[in-house]
Structures are given as structure tokens and as C-alpha cells.
Design a protein. Structure first.
Length: 575
């Protein structure tokens, strides 16, 4: 059970902003002091109004106006300093959360909902910033007023003050109860809206499939159900707030009525002057606004506490894969790859690789063939160190990949996936993805090697053409050639081809295949193959089954043996 609010964890992010916070606190103090002067001025003005002394009334109104002006300047200062500090705090926290997410392994993102992560990085953090801003100046200013003004009221008339605050403990208890209920409801509401965001991300990302299967009505129904759950959760939270305000407002009204009753009695007994009573009423009037703001801010505080919990929940996720503190930078390699007794399972009860061993010499082209689930993609995932094996070693040029930095390891490899991912940006930025500075000569050379230069220069803006989200305005063959150019630009010693031509028409496949053959020269290449026509020129073909190599050899050798590979080959060409 949580015993302390996660708001305390925000302090390290606020501390660097202490100069602005200090200025804001000084402005808050000035604002409160200026506020304390106003009740006395109200009493003086009312006294001279009663006497009909217009000159004195004008004089004290002028002073009161000046105090209001000074008070407004202090209010501006507290607002601007505190909002600046809170925005910088949110920026620092947002950067850290985003950086931390990039340290998490693929296993986390395979389970997490993209929409939920997006909501936490945007809406949840913005809500935290808004509440911290209000807590730092509005709530603090109101709290000081709630302390200082009653002290002034006690000074004016302590019996009247004690009587008017007789219902204060009940009000405080009710505010606390309402706040705790709002926290529970806010967590529920934010989880619901995260689910809604995740659903939208999923549907819009697969809109082609939705429309192809005429599933619009099905998705609208799913969306309606999630939206209805979100509505119910939010309605319940608003219902609590709608109940709180009239209840607390009624208690405030009762207190004020009691104040008038007792004040009238004291005036009738000669124990209180009308001027002092006007000053006292002015103090009460000034006290009502901070009380209302404290109630409102406390509600928002409890609602945003759910956001704080959700954000720090991300920061508390421990990466399943991490670099050693003394990790080395992998030097340029020749491309020798060794698997020694590798055992791996995504789930303990379902092993994928069992004591797998393999030696690949520099410059060799290795094709991995087998049915789905045989372990082909797993071998590549382990080589890229997306996962670590439960036992065994993977070596590159004799160096255990667990002893080197992830960046230096992955910079030595290039991958051309089956499904090319392009990002919003220009053609050039996609080819040079991950590089802060664009080397135009190298980009153009990589595009030429990948057979992409010809179609790029025919685009309206050439290499400056905007690709668009996921590259939907390019053909499959064009996207694939951009992926090859991206891999070429890294000049990797180890190249991974994940069935790079399986979804292409014959003309595009010919261009991509020609580009691949050019890129594969003098590199160690791993080909994950489903279409066996793409692996005929491999130096060695490995047929995998249940994480083990059951056959190996060249294309012709394996056909002559008449084993599993020959069966696969005959089946494909018969089909």
C-alpha cells in the first residue's frame, strides 16, 4: 500500500529552478501582505463615507487603488516565475521519461500500448505541470492568506472569529474525503482514456485492414464502448465535485450568517464599532476566494496525483537488458560471428533455441530457412542484442557482445526488414536516419547503390521530398530501396536481410535484388528466407527446426540430399 505521494519525487526536478521559485515566493509574500492591508483600508473608507467627508474618501480610495496596483504586480510576478519553473520541470521530466523508455527492451514494447505511452508522455505530464504551477503560487498564496487573514480577524475580534470558524473542522474533513474519492476516480478515468488512445493508435495504424475487411462498424462499436466507459468514469468524478461545492458552500453560508448574527449582537451591546465590523467583513470577503481556490486546487491535486503515479510508474520500469558499467566500444570488425551453446526462450515453458552453435566466417552469406517459429528471427534478435540468451555466448570477432556498448554493436550492423518503416521527414532524412548531420554525397552514393537514386530525382523535390507518415505515398519497391540505402549508409560489416523482397512485384523485386547483391559484397550477410528463390547464391543454407540446425549446405547440395530443404523447395515451386 502506498504511504507517500509521488509528488515528493518531483522535488529533484524542481530544485534546479530554485532561483525563479525564490523570486516567485517573494512575490507571493508581497501579494499576501498587500492583501492584509485592504480590510483596514475598507474600514477607513467606510467611516469617512458615513461622515460625508469626500476629500478623505478620495484620499483613502487613492491609497487603496495603489495597494491594488502593487498587489496586481506581485500577482503577475508570482504567476510568471512559477509557471516558468513548472514548465521547465515538466520539460526535464518529459525528456527523462522518453530517454528511459528508449532504454527498455523490445519485450516491454511488445506488451505496452502505444496510445497509453503517448498519453502519459503528453496529457499526464501536462496535467502535472498545471497542478505544480497552481500549487506553487495559487495554492501557496491562498494557504498563506488562509493563515494570515484569520490572525488579523482574531486581532480585530477574537470571539467573532472563533464563532465563525466553528464549522471549519467539518469543512476540512469533507474536503479531504472528497479529494480521496476524486483520486480513485481520476485513476480510473485516466486508465480509460489511455485505453481509448491506444485503441485509436491501433485502428488508425491499421486503417487499410479495417477498410479492406469492411470493419468500420465493428471498430465504431469498439470505440463507442471504450468512449462510454470513459464517459462514465469522468461523470462520476464530476458528480463528486458537483456534490462537494454546494455542501462546502452551504457550510460557508451558515458561517457567514452566524457572523452577521453575532456581529449585530456585539454592535447592539457597544462591543464592536461599525467601522471595525466593515473591516472584519472585508477580511471575511477576502478569505472566501482563497478558501474556494484551495478546495478547487486540492481537487486538481488529487486528480493529478494519478498522473504522477502513472508517469513514475514508467520511470520505475527496470530494463530487461542493460549495458555493463565497463562496457567497451566495439572496434571495427571483420564480420566473424559465433554462437556458442545458445539457449533462449521468450517464455520459460516454450524454449526457442536449445544449445545452438554456429560459426560464420567474415564475408560469408548465410541463409536461414525454416517454418515459422523455427528460430530464424530469434537468432537475428539475439545478434542485435534485442534480447540476451538465458545461457551461452554470441561473439563477434571473438568479443562477447554483452561486453560492448549497444550503440557500437548496432552501428556495425545494417538491417533491411521485410516491412520497411519510414518516418515523417524528407527522403534524405530517412536514408540518413539517426544521423544528426546529413552527408549529401554519402546519401546520394548510398541511394545509387540501392537503385533508389533514379526514382528519387524524379520526385517533385528530389531528396527533399517529404515522405509522409509510414511512407504511404511511396510504392513498396521504393520503400524497400530506401531501406537498403539506409543500411548502406552505415557501411556495416554485418548485413541482415529479413526477406527483403517477399512483398514485391517482379519488376520491383528485380531492382531490389540487384541492389542487394551489390550491397552484399565483402560483408557477412544473414538472410531470413521464406522464398527460397532468394537464397540460391548463399554460401551456406541452414534449415532450422525447433531451434536446431537439421540441415546445412549450399542450394545444390541440399537439393541433391532430398531432405527437408528439398521438400520446401519442391512445395514452393509446385505451388
Amino acid at each position: 500500500m502506498k504511504t507517500r505521494s509521488n509528488y515528493w519525487q518531483l522535488l529533484p526536478y524542481l530544485w534546479p529552478q530554485w532561483p525563479r521559485i525564490a523570486k516567485g515566493l517573494a512575490c507571493i509574500l508581497g501579494f499576501v501582505l498587500a492583501t492584509l492591508v485592504l480590510p483596514s483600508l475598507a474600514g477607513k473608507v467606510s467611516a469617512f463615507v458615513g461622515e460625508g467627508n469626500v476629500q478623505e474618501v478620495a484620499y483613502w480610495i487613492g491609497i487603496t487603488t495603489g495597494v491594488f496596483l502593487i498587489r496586481g504586480l506581485f500577482q503577475y510576478g508570482q504567476n510568471i516565475f512559477m509557471i516558468s519553473a513548472s514548465l521547465d520541470m515538466v520539460l526535464a521530466l518529459r525528456k527523462q521519461v522518453y530517454t528511459h523508455l528508449h532504454k527498455l527492451g523490445l519485450d516491454y514494447f511488445e506488451q505496452a500500448k502505444t496510445g497509453d505511452l503517448t498519453y502519459r508522455l503528453t496529457e499526464d505530464l501536462d496535467r502535472i505541470g498545471e497542478v505544480v504551477d497552481k500549487l506553487s503560487h495559487q495554492f501557496l498564496s491562498c494557504a498563506l492568506q488562509i493563515i494570515a487573514i484569520p490572525i488579523y480577524m482574531l486581532y480585530l475580534n477574537w470571539p467573532l472569529t472563533l464563532a465563525s470558524f466553528i464549522l471549519a473542522p467539518l469543512m476540512a474533513w469533507l474536503i479531504g474525503r472528497f479529494g480521496e474519492e476524486l483520486l480513485v476516480l481520476s485513476r480510473r478515468s485516466q486508465n480509460q482514456i489511455s485505453n481509448l488512445s491506444a485503441l485509436l493508435t491501433e485502428v488508425f495504424g491499421g486503417i487499410r485492414i479495417v477498410q479492406a475487411f469492411a470493419a468500420q462498424n465493428y471498430e465504431v462499436k469498439r470505440f463507442s464502448q471504450e468512449a462510454e466507459q470513459n464517459r462514465k468514469a469522468k461523470y462520476r468524478a464530476y458528480q463528486v465535485k458537483a456534490t462537494q461545492y454546494p455542501v462546502v458552500g452551504f457550510l460557508e453560508a451558515v458561517s457567514i450568517m452566524l457572523l452577521f448574527l453575532l456581529g449585530g449582537w456585539q454592535i447592539s451591546q457597544g462591543k464592536l464599532s461599525s467601522q471595525d465590523f466593515i473591516s472584519y467583513l472585508a477580511a471575511v470577503a477576502l478569505l472566501l476566494q482563497p478558501i474556494d481556490l484551495v478546495i478547487s486546487n486540492y481537487n486538481e491535486y488529487k486528480q493529478a496525483e494519478a498522473s504522477v503515479d502513472r508517469v513514475f510508474e514508467l520511470l520505475n520500469v527496470t530494463p530487461s537488458l542493460s549495458e555493463k558499467k565497463d562496457a567497451l566500444i566495439l572496434p571495427p570488425v571483420t564480420g566473424k560471428v559465433e554462437y556458442h551453446g545458445v539457449c533462449f526462450a521468450y517464455q520459460p515453458e516454450k524454449p526457442i533455441l536449445n544449445d545452438f552453435s554456429l560459426l560464420v566466417q567474415p564475408g560469408e552469406v548465410i541463409a536461414l530457412v525454416g517454418a515459422s517459429g523455427a528460430g530464424k528471427t530469434t537468432l537475428i534478435n539475439l545478434l542485435l542484442r534485442f534480447y540476451d540468451p538465458q545461457s551461452g555466448q554470441i561473439l563477434i570477432d571473438g568479443i562477447d557482445i554483452r561486453n560492448v556498448t549497444l550503440t557500437s554493436l548496432r552501428h556495425q550492423m545494417g538491417i533491411v526488414p521485410q516491412d520497411t518503416t519510414l518516418f515523417s521527414g524528407t527522403i534524405a532524412e530517412n536514408i540518413a536516419y539517426g544521423q544528426e548531420e546529413l552527408d549529401w554525397t554519402a546519401i546520394e552514393e548510398a541511394a545509387k547503390i540501392a537503385n533508389a537514386h533514379a526514382f528519387i530525382v524524379q520526385l517533385p523535390q528530389g531528396y527533399h521530398t517529404w515522405v509522409g507518415e509510414r511512407g504511404v505515398n511511396l510504392s513498396g519497391g521504393q520503400r524497400q530501396r530506401l531501406a537498403i540505402a539506409r543500411a548502406v549508409l552505415l557501411n556495416p560489416r554485418i548485413l541482415i536481410l529479413d526477406e527483403a523482397t517477399s512483398a514485391l512485384d517482379s519488376q520491383s523485386e528485380a531492382l531490389v535484388q540487384e541492389a542487394l547483391e551489390r550491397v552484399m559484397q565483402n560483408r557477412t550477410v544473414f538472410i531470413i528466407a521464406h522464398r527460397l528463390s532468394t537464397v540460391r547464391r548463399a554460401d551456406c543454407i541452414l534449415v532450422l527446426e525447433q531451434g536446431q540446425v537439421i540441415e546445412s549446405g549450399t542450394h545444390s547440395e541440399l537439393l541433391n540430399r532430398g531432405g527437408r530443404y528439398a521438400q520446401f523447395y519442391a512445395q514452393q515451386f509446385q505451388e
